[in-house]
Design a protein around this ligand. Structure first.
Ligand SMILES: [Fe+2]
Length: 254
């Protein structure tokens, strides 16, 4: 679909919310709002009407802006995988296809970080909104689910098209690089990723969005068989899930 734009909105200390809109009407979507005032100012500046809010999971740093957005835009439709205060929501779950006035989201359940977590895939536009499941060169902490569930959720993302652009819930990339350097020492693929990411951070002050094809080559949480990890795995006889669990536990204590 032509003319679709995604604007990245910095929220709280390191969260991202996303504004999606097109060029042919004034309709818009907000994903995971934390601070409504920043979002309302942006919508007004762009002369957009907020028609849809999508929530990826129930954590407050992804939902705390909803109430004030409703006050400003009482007609807005809310799509959430679980209850949100006493608000009337449209519950979304695995396999749903939600059409808005200008795009369509495929909903994929992705438990692990939380049990209710969903990711939103706009296949026509190659946009994927992953909340706190996948981060650039990392993944979310496992708060409610099991490492097996989180591994399966990441495997679902691994199957999506290399062309996909990924929008995640936090800017954690620098810390993720430090962790991978700690585990894998000197590594050509990591060095190359680091150079590219530092350039992006220097010019845009952020490392989001990122390309899923590149991430499959450089993120061992997403792809335990990626080249970066091959030497390490030759020496340590882990299964894919065992290696994922090892990495996630190490990162929890890093
Ligand atoms: Fe979260």
């Amino acid at each position: 679909m032509k003319g679709l734009s995604v604007e990245i909105i910095k929220q709280l200390s390191d969260n991202y919310s996303y504004l999606i809109f097109n060029n042919s009407n004034s309709s818009s979507i907000i994903i995971d709002p934390a601070e409504a005032n920043i979002i309302i100012t942006l919508l007004k500046k762009k002369k957009l009407k907020l028609d849809y809010i999508f929530i990826t999971h129930h954590h407050s740093d992804h939902t705390s802006g909803v109430l004030d957005l409703i006050k400003e835009y009482p007609e807005v439709k809310i799509f959430s995988p679980s209850k949100l205060l006493s608000l009337s929501i449209n519950k979304i779950s695995d396999g749903d296809k939600i059409k808005t006035s200008f795009n369509e989201f495929h909903i994929l359940s992705a438990p692990g970080h939380t049990l209710d977590h969903v990711i939103l895939f706009d296949q026509n536009n190659n946009f994927l909104f992953v909340g706190d499941v996948l981060f650039r060169l990392g993944c979310g902490r496992i708060f409610e689910g099991t490492s097996k569930q989180m591994h399966n959720s990441l495997n679902k993302i691994l199957e999506l098209s290399d062309q996909t652009m990924v929008y995640c819930g936090h800017e954690y990339t620098i810390n993720n690089i430090k962790f991978l350097e700690h585990i894998f020492n000197k590594n050509t693929i990591l060095e190359q990723s680091k150079i590219q990411i530092m350039e992006e951070l220097n010019s845009n002050k952020r490392s989001i969005p990122f390309n899923l094809g590149e991430e499959k080559r450089s993120n061992p949480f997403l792809n335990p068989r990626c080249e970066m990890a091959s030497e390490f795995r030759k020496k340590n006889n882990y299964s894919d899930h065992g290696f994922f669990r090892y990495l996630r536990e190490k990162k929890d204590n890093f």
